[in-house]
Design a protein around this ligand. Structure first.
Ligand SMILES: [Zn+2]
Length: 407
């Protein structure tokens, strides 16, 4: 059987399906039609040799927390968004989820300007707040009425399939004052639309002991109120509202939420990744389900999803762990396990080829703490729905790999 594209001789690593060995992947049109050893190459339209030390073929990477409402920035958004393909197919990522860069007031840019232009599969989680307020201090939500259930209802009615999740940012003065009501309304909205609710924890607007106590109380409240299938994002935040109590122990509600099927997403970003928190959670046996980048244009110059994966390897997670967290687990967290996150016959042909490079690397967390690791990851090729994309230069002046350690 002829293939349009054959990825040959690569080390296939698909932890969700237990694949870990040399296999070929045959693609016809936009679909995977064979995954087996020694597929015939003579009649393939195009052949990629994926063999070599440190090279792996993995399911197309999925970044479940990004900001890609490129060109839709408004004073209400207060945050500039990436161009989807720049952090998508040109960065080894085949699916990105935009998490709350737009609300009902400006969501129209997605189907008209963002999704049709992107080769990357681009999924929209709408901000629960109509004007998509995001940054504490810069554009605080003023009233809980900005979570307008009837407006969201109309929006979904007029844009079938567009809103695949609801995002709530639990930040700013309004969260401290009326956080419980925000959580109730956002939950009602997500329940009505039958989509996952993703809640941002970690308030970097203010940091004092009283605020830490209040935001911890609110995080416990939300962990008790999230529904199975909902997502807590910024698991490893060192900011007020994080999941460790004053003594450094995981909040009891966190373990219970995990048992109840709440997905724990790490979304490192610029402001919400504490190395000490991530290491302490791992020590206590609490591992995030997913790794995501929380990229905005301010982050896209110095980190990437593959670098976030390398950071977790520096904490002690295996390559198989970090690939699972960005493929099968990520697909599960957004309710698309049947479609995404696996290299399987009949699936859309989303494939990422990466190099895992050993060396001495230095990383920086959001508290300016440095930590070191032994692995860097660089994308080599991306296949999205059967189409090939070469990665761009990288996020650093020297390319994709993390900063080398100085000796
Ligand atoms: Zn974000």
């Amino acid at each position: 059987m002829p293939f349009d594209l054959l990825i040959r001789g690569g080390h296939v690593l698909d932890p969700g399906q237990g694949l870990d060995g040399v296999l070929d992947i045959g693609i016809e049109g936009s679909t995977i039609t064979a995954v087996a050893a020694d597929l015939p190459a003579d009649r393939a339209g195009q052949v990629i040799d994926a063999g070599g030390p440190g090279r792996y073929v993995v399911p197309g990477l999925i970044d479940i927390h990004t900001h890609v409402a490129h060109g839709a920035t408004t004073p209400g958004v207060g945050m500039e968004c990436c161009e989807p393909d720049s952090i998508g197919v040109e960065s080894g990522v085949t699916t990105v989820v935009d998490c709350g860069s737009v609300g009902v007031a400006n969501i129209g840019v997605f189907p008209v300007h963002i999704q049709p232009r992107a080769a990357t599969r681009t999924i929209c989680f709408a901000n629960a707040a109509c004007y998509a307020h995001t940054m504490p201090g810069l554009s605080d939500m003023r009233t809980v009425d900005e979570l307008d259930l009837s407006a969201m209802r109309l929006c979904v009615e007029h844009n079938p399939g567009l809103v695949q999740g609801i995002k709530l940012r639990l930040v700013g003065a309004i969260a401290a004052e009326q956080g419980e009501e925000l959580i109730r309304r956002a939950t009602a909205m997500a329940t009505e639309q039958d989509v996952p609710l993703m809640i941002h924890i970690g308030d970097f607007g203010r940091d004092d002991p009283a605020h830490r106590v209040r935001m911890a109380e609110l995080t416990s409240f939300l962990l008790e109120h999230l529904r199975p299938g909902d997502i807590l994002t910024h698991l490893c935040t060192p900011n007020p509202g994080g999941v460790l109590d004053g003594g450094g122990l995981a909040l009891p509600a966190l373990r219970k939420a995990r048992e109840n099927g709440i997905a724990l997403d790490s979304a490192l970003g610029r402001g919400n990744f504490g190395y000490a928190v991530a290491a302490e959670l791992a020590r206590q046996g609490i591992f995030p389900d997913t790794i995501s980048s929380d990229l905005t244009v301010y982050g896209a110059d110095f980190h990437s999803l593959v670098e976030c994966m390398a950071k977790f390897m520096a904490i002690g997670y295996s390559l198989s762990d970090v690939v699972r967290m960005t493929t099968a687990n990520a697909a599960g967290a957004i309710g698309l396990s049947d479609e995404l996150g696996a290299l399987a016959v009949g699936r859309e042909a989303d494939v990422t080829i990466i190099d895992v490079v050993e060396g001495d690397f230095t990383f920086l967390d959001t508290t300016d703490t440095t930590f070191t690791g032994r692995h860097g990851i660089a994308p080599v090729q991306t296949v999205r729905a059967g189409r090939l994309f070469a990665p761009r230069w990288g996020t650093h002046p020297w390319g994709w790999l993390p900063a080398p350690s100085r000796r």
